[in-house]
Design a protein around this ligand. Structure first.
Ligand SMILES: Cc1cc2nc3c(=O)[nH]c(=O)nc-3n(C[C@H](O)[C@H](O)[C@H](O)COP(=O)(O)OP(=O)(O)OC[C@H]3O[C@@H](n4cnc5c(N)ncnc54)[C@H](O)[C@@H]3O)c2cc1C
Length: 599
């Protein structure tokens, strides 16, 4: 009896919610929510990725959208669960144009968080399971075209006689996953990649790189990694997987193709995109372009006095491939986040004399610890509990960004206590550690600034043991012909300097390809407007510009780690498909061009 009580409560709430929506009584709807409430919507009501915070925001959204959304068929899926007074239930529903699913969390009978997400466009559902394509026409036909012939024709014609509806610029993991989603939705798409082979985005990284996240978190849509795949994927293996995936998912993937420029005709609603395909200039005319050019923009190069004077080799981490040529050399690595640490280890393993230069504190978390306490719902144990990667993605997305810091702070309290001895040793080496301005750690740093953290897979012990030299807490005054001069007057001799100084925002790539004006109009990507260093307000409630309409019509951004790309590629694809099919997509909360600038 007790076990079904949460489901009953959830069903009662959902029924009242559905009735109030049906009646268009938005005041009654808001009374069903707690004082401190959130509704995160992925496309179903807002055709946007948006979180409404508080009753007023929820009511305003419904007043603006309910008439066109026409939500119906609200139904619980499975049993609700209860944990420390919170009832959680999954549900499905429909709108005029789409199918949706969601997760609600109730406290004392009222809704604290509601999450709604589009699963399919009605009439344009992905053809899978019982609806999978037949793959053959069982009829004698002298004109029969085989699958291989049809693929050859498509590959020949798309981008020549026929124009793609969508052009994805950048064929790293993000562009590839989005290309696969668009293909399954029947959106004619070309993915262009300046590298020679799919997967080179990983292969071209330094020799020793192995993914930092475990396999359960890394799956691609449609083709999960097999059960014997290692927990941590070596980068070349990842490259091969992406190459296989691109072929098997039938992407129209142009290698050795660089996007040179793009301009939008606002009247004709079409882009003119110039690409260089292995030395041949081609003009494409897609209706939509997606920047999947990298989680961040162009490299942030160091701008120090005396840079020109340095006689050794000076390179950015994006240009660093292997430590081999630095064997026996003195190398200074500027930067103490992920790339800085990994480059230091690679150099040390190659026999270089390495010194890391730390300019600001870093959040460090031991990989083992993250595995044990951080990937609870992305693990073998989670699978045993029925939490698939798809379900885990939904659970993660169902927490509004405003509530994430609270959970993360508690999570880092556990980590700090658990690894106290490790942190003491690391601090004793002179390494500056922080957990973010508000002690919320790595994940919030990733969302807010995408920088300043390291998942320890071995570098920290080398720093503790003095195998990797360290200069921390002192600024760099200038480069000299032979090394680095610090503010305290000391010098570090170096034969080479690797600047692991990060990347600019993605909209700087737009400035290079479209125009400065459009880059400024859309504003920076990532960051929540949390008001901490590097992520100035105003508060956005969502990540800036990612996966949703931007201030430039028909220009989208996509990217992120494997998990984010896997999940959000679906919503980018649905938005573009809806536009292709002429489905009305009134965007609630139009993007503005005043989203705050990241320094
Ligand atoms: C050391 C390290 C470890 C990491 N570990 C993990 C991990 O464990 N798990 C995880 O999920 N993520 C990890 N990441 C982070 C993240 O997944 C990657 O940065 C990822 O590559 C981002 O994918 P993307 O497709 O958005 O961008 P990218 O992989 O950078 O792909 C962008 C592509 O666009 C192409 N391109 C750019 N400009 C143009 C142009 N003008 N024309 C044509 N093509 C263009 C580039 O050649 C590139 O191939 C790690 C990153 C690093 C550096």
């Amino acid at each position: 009896m007790l076990e079904i009580a949460p489901s009953k409560q959830a069903a009662t709430w959902l029924s009242s919610f559905a009735q109030a929506l049906e009646a268009g009584d938005t005041a009654a709807v808001t009374h069903l929510f707690a004082d401190d409430c959130y509704w995160r919507d992925l496309l179903t009501f807002t055709w946007n990725i948006k979180t409404m915070e508080g009753r007023t925001a929820i009511r305003e959204m419904l007043d603006a959208t309910l008439a066109t959304t026409k939500p119906t068929a609200w139904q619980l899926s499975g049993e609700a669960s209860a944990d420390e007074g919170t009832i959680e239930a999954w549900f499905t529903f429909e709108t005029a144009s789409a199918l949706g699913q969601g997760i609600m969390r109730l406290n004392d009978g009222r809704c604290r968080t509601l999450f709604t997400a589009m699963t399919d466009l009605k009439g344009f559902e992905e053809r899978k399971g019982p609806a999978r394509p037949l793959g053959v026409r069982h009829k004698a036909d002298p004109e029969r075209e085989t699958w291989a012939e049809a693929r050859t024709r498509e590959t020949r014609d798309l981008g020549a006689g026929e124009q793609p509806y969508c052009l994805v610029i950048g064929g790293g993991q993000g562009g590839i996953m989005l290309g696969a989603r668009l293909r399954q939705l029947g959106v004619p798409t070309i993915v262009i990649e300046k590298n020679a082979r799919p997967g080179d985005s990983w292969r071209n990284r330094y020799r020793t790189l192995v993914l930092h996240d475990p396999v359960w978190y890394d799956h691609l849509p449609y083709i999960p990694f097999p059960e014997n795949w290692p927990v941590f994927t070596p980068k070349d293996k990842m490259g091969d997987w992406l190459e296989m995936y691109t072929r098997v998912m039938e992407l129209n993937y142009w290698v050795a193709t660089k996007c040179v420029s793009a301009s939008y005709d606002e009247a004709e609603k079409v882009w003119t995109v110039e690409v260089d395909r292995a030395g041949r200039r081609i003009t494409l005319k897609p209706k939509h372009i997606v920047f999947a050019t990298g989680a961040y923009g162009p490299p942030r190069r160091i701008d120090l006095a005396g840079t020109g004077a340095f006689r050794g080799e000076l390179l950015h981490s994006s240009q660093y491939a292997s430590g081999e040529k630095f064997r026996g050399k003195r190398v200074a690595v500027i930067g103490a986040a992920s790339s800085g640490h990994d480059v230091c280890v690679d150099l040390w393993e190659s026999g270089a004399e390495v010194t890391m230069i730390q300019r600001s504190p870093t959040t460090v978390v031991k990989s083992d610890t993250l595995m044990e306490v951080g990937f609870d719902i992305f693990s073998e144990k989670a699978l045993e509990r029925g939490i698939t990667t798809e379900k885990a993605d939904m659970i993660v997305a169902s927490t509004p960004f405003a509530l994430v810091p609270h959970g993360q702070r508690a999570f880092y309290d556990v980590i700090k206590a658990r690894d106290a001895a490790f942190y003491d040793r690391l601090r004793a080496s002179g390494f500056a550690i922080d957990f973010g301005d508000d002690e919320t750690g790595l994940l919030m740093k990733a969302y807010r600034t995408g920088s300043g953290y390291y998942i320890d897979v071995g570098a920290s012990d080398l720093i503790i043991d003095g195998q990797i030299g360290l200069r921390s807490g002192v600024g760099i005054k200038a480069l000299t012909p032979t090394g680095i001069l610090f503010d305290d007057g000391t010098e570090l001799a170096a034969d080479a300097i690797v600047a692991c100084t990060g990347y600019q925002s993605m909209n700087e790539t737009v400035a290079q390809i479209v125009s400065r004006e459009v880059a400024d109009k859309v504003g920076p990507c990532w960051g929540l407007g949390s008001g901490v260093k590097g992520d100035p307000g105003p508060w956005q409630g969502e990540l800036r510009n990612m996966w949703k309409p931007t201030a430039q019509e028909a220009l989208w951004f996509h990217g992120g780690n494997l998990a984010l790309s896997r999940f959000y590629s679906k919503y980018v694809a649905l938005q573009i498909k809806a536009r292709m099919e002429g489905i009305a997509t009134p965007v609630y909360g139009e993007p503005s061009n005043s989203q705050g600038n990241r320094p």
